[in-house]
Design a protein around this ligand. Structure first.
Ligand code: 5GP
Length: 175
């Protein structure tokens, strides 16, 4: 692991917990207690998906998909599907669970792809939103926190596959 400098806290563990619980309550009410299919975008959304699902009292099905567009801290703009869905989502209320929306390229690609699977509804829930970096028109229905244009890590988010396990969202000034 290269030296990445000092990690500063952007969102504390307590603030994450509180906001995730609020989002879960809002989602539960909006879906009127119906069953929801969460599509967790690997690997970054794993922590958020699990915590969110645990706070929804109705049935939540879990599906996983993996795309890659990033190398280190820079987007290449090219999206590749690395792991596809295993089950059919036709006719289901689908909520894509994302860790962070940056340019919006990943979600634009995924939304178009998932629409071809004919879900009953398709919405997006992101923990973090870096709105000022947007290139594609993507408006998530649920947003945990709007954040400034900083490279963040922790709570599922990595720096070259490291530091996903931090229980808070941090940032490093020198990357
Ligand atoms: P987008 O396609 O919206 O530009 O980027 C979405 C993906 O880029 C996220 O799912 C995440 O994997 C990665 N990403 C964007 N910004 C950050 C960041 O600040 N930190 C980390 N670790 N990943 C990021």
């Amino acid at each position: 692991m290269e030296n990445i400098g000092q990690i500063k806290t952007l969102i504390s563990e307590a603030d994450l917990k509180k906001r995730v619980e609020e989002l879960a309550k809002q989602i539960y009410e909006d879906y009127n207690k119906r069953s929801i299919t969460f599509i967790c975008i690997l690997k970054g959304s794993v922590f958020f998906t699990v915590d969110l699902a645990k706070h929804i009292p109705s049935n939540v099905k879990l599906e996983f998909i993996r795309v890659s567009s990033y190398h280190g801290t820079e987007s290449t703009g090219k999206i590749e599907l690395k792991i596809d869905l295993k089950d059919d989502i036709e006719g289901e209320d689908v909520l894509i669970i994302e860790d962070i929306v940056d340019t919006g390229r990943t979600l634009s690609y995924l939304k178009e792809y998932l629409k071809t699977k004919n879900p009953k509804s398709l919405k997006i829930c992101t923990l973090l939103d870096k709105k000022e970096r947007r290139v594609c028109e993507i408006e998530p229905e649920y947003v945990g926190f709007n954040i400034p244009d900083k490279f963040v890590l922790g709570y599922g988010l990595d720096v070259d596959e490291e530091y996903r396990n931090l229980p808070y969202i941090g940032y490093i000034d020198n990357v």
